[in-house]
Design a binder for this molecule. Structure first.
Ligand SMILES: Cc1cc2nc3c(=O)[nH]c(=O)nc-3n(C[C@H](O)[C@H](O)[C@H](O)COP(=O)(O)OP(=O)(O)OC[C@H]3O[C@@H](n4cnc5c(N)ncnc54)[C@H](O)[C@@H]3O)c2cc1C
Length: 491
């Protein structure tokens, strides 16, 4: 069905409009269809499903949570090839999930949402995209939080004459052989890229601002007998999922409650690093100056050995300029390179999409992130759900656990809102009390122990991480409590 909008072309009417076809958006569509809702559309700006696992195709890209936990609990895959699969297998999993659950009919690729605003008169979300308009009763944003590449603002970068690429926009026509490459950054992507290209390149220069804690990786192939067991007796894979889950919650104990627990992890890190690096100067450069866990802990068995190779230099001086064929650092050194790999992360709380979604007073979501309740609903944003929203990120476990908790909450909310007349909006005072609680807790966690990280926004506020156990988040999202909301016909 279509309706004319006051100012633009006819909008397609839909009950549920989902933005994004990653784990969040696809998960929402599966849960909605399972609940009997068929009046839905999934808008995706790219040409395929997959989100993170479609966009990050750099060499070595792999998840750092076991796939038995980093996959939907309602769509287990018994035949993962490795315990921590690489990007192609995760992307293929999401493509299969979309097809198997009949989601293809709801997907609209090449539809980038350029504007979404609540129309109080029509009680609809009016959504503009690069390919037409939609009017929706409920808007569910699964737009991701590590999705918009952040490019460094370095003087002269536009004058660079070689190849420049962000880790999430890999140029597959580029060949590593014989290249002189600079990797800017030493976060999760950089430590996967460096060892993958080091054997081929002529020279690799890794520009490090802060040293990460790189710990042993336990990835290994899944034996055929284990795959067979998972297929024949799915309960065994569920048991493995449980085991992984609880081992990871133990880590949370260290991050949230008692950093002393992390001392053992620090000892393991030191052994790992010193086993690969013998040069005392390099050891010092690779030693973090903050508490383990404050920045994301990175698993890799080949990063430190790669850094120690003769064709690799580790530079800890600040980059001050890019010239057409070189990177210049604060000590005046010029490092000749023909390729710049920007492993510089993402716009997290400042993602441009948050400026395009506006609530009932025209206020952009970007200004309201800090008022999000349970990472999912926002005061002033009626009939709006956000997946992987503010303070749902994790430093220790699988985002799938958080996403599935949110999906339960959303489905319960839709049922309750529909029963009450169709509309909901979280009470501002409920959201305010919740956020005050989070911001009280966060400084006492390891993430508040004084390092700078992408978990913090420009004002030093942590709007990214959940400061507790994930089972606590699940408990709190089990029920969409009517008392927390203004429910009814019209707001
Ligand atoms: C390299 C990398 C490795 C990671 N590894 C792990 C890991 O090991 N464990 C873990 O728990 N998490 C990991 N993460 C985090 C990961 O992003 C989440 O686990 C999960 O994939 C998030 O799913 P999502 O659907 O919410 O977001 P995404 O996967 O980011 O999907 C968002 C989708 O929304 C679309 N979109 C965005 N804006 C618009 C718009 N305006 N209009 C239309 N479409 C739009 C995007 O194109 C994208 O397809 C990793 C992230 C990265 C980048």
């Amino acid at each position: 069905m279509t309706t004319a909008t006051p100012s633009g072309p006819a909008a397609e009417e839909v009950a549920f409009l989902i933005i994004g076809a990653g784990f969040s958006g696809l998960g929402a569509a599966i849960k909605l269809t399972q609940a009997g809702h068929r009046d839905l559309v999934i808008l995706e700006r790219a040409e395929d499903v997959g989100g993170t696992w479609r966009d990050n195709t750099y060499p070595g890209c792999r998840c750092d949570v076991q796939s038995n936990l980093y996959s939907y609990s309602f769509d287990l895959k018994p035949d993962w090839s490795e315990t921590f699969p690489a990007q192609p297998e995760l992307w293929a999993y999401l493509q299969q999930v979309a097809s198997k659950n009949g989601l293809r009919q709801y997907l609209r690729f090449g539809h980038e949402v350029t504007d979404a605003r609540w129309d109080a008169g029509a009680q609809r979300w009016q959504v503009s995209t690069t390919q037409g308009a939609f009017a929706a009763r409920y808007l569910i944003a699964g737009v991701g939080f590590l999705v918009e590449p952040s490019l460094p603002d370095i003087a002269g970068i536009e004058s660079f004459q070689g190849t420049v690429m962000h880790s999430a926009r890999w140029d597959h026509s580029w060949r590593a052989a014989g290249r002189r490459v600079a990797i800017v950054g030493t976060g999760a992507s950089a430590i996967q890229i460096a060892p993958s290209i080091q054997p081929e390149v002529e020279q690799l220069t890794v520009f490090q601002r802060t040293a990460p804690f790189v710990v042993p990786h336990t990835n290994h192939p899944v034996k055929p007998a284990v795959k067979a067991m998972y297929r024949i007796a799915p309960a065994t894979q569920r048991a493995s999922r449980m085991l992984v889950y609880w081992m990871r919650e133990l880590l949370a104990l260290g991050f949230i409650k008692n950093p002393k627990i992390l001392k053992r992890a620090e000892t393991a890190w030191r052994k790992h690093m010193e086993g690969a690096i013998t040069d005392p100067l390099m050891r010092a450069q690779l030693t973090p100056t903050y508490n383990l866990g404050c920045k994301r802990v990175l698993p890799s068995n080949d990063y430190y050995p790669a850094i120690a190779r003769p064709n690799v230099s580790l530079v800890t001086e600040k980059i001050i300029q890019i010239r057409p064929h070189a990177v210049v650092t604060a000590d005046g050194a010029e490092h000749p390179v023909d390729t710049l790999i920007l492993a510089t992360g993402f716009h997290v709380t400042d993602s441009p999409t948050f400026g395009k979604i506006r609530g009932k007073d025209g206020r952009p979501l970007a200004d309201a992130l800090g008022t999000t309740y349970l990472g999912t609903v926002v005061p002033g944003f009626p009939n709006y759900f956000q997946l992987t929203g503010a303070n749902t990120g994790l430093g220790h476990s699988s985002m799938l656990f958080m996403i599935e908790s949110q999906l339960t909450y959303i489905l319960d909310g839709i049922g309750k809102a529909q029963a009450a007349g169709g509309q909901f909006e979280v009470r501002p005072e409920v959201a305010a009390a919740y956020n005050a609680e989070l911001q009280r807790k966060l400084p006492k966690t390891v993430w508040g122990s004084g390092c700078s990280s992408w978990y913090l926004d420009s004002e030093g506020r942590n709007l990214t991480l959940w400061p507790g156990f994930t089972f606590d988040f699940r408990r709190r999202t089990r029920e969409f409590r009517g008392a927390d909301f203004l429910l009814g016909q019209r707001r």
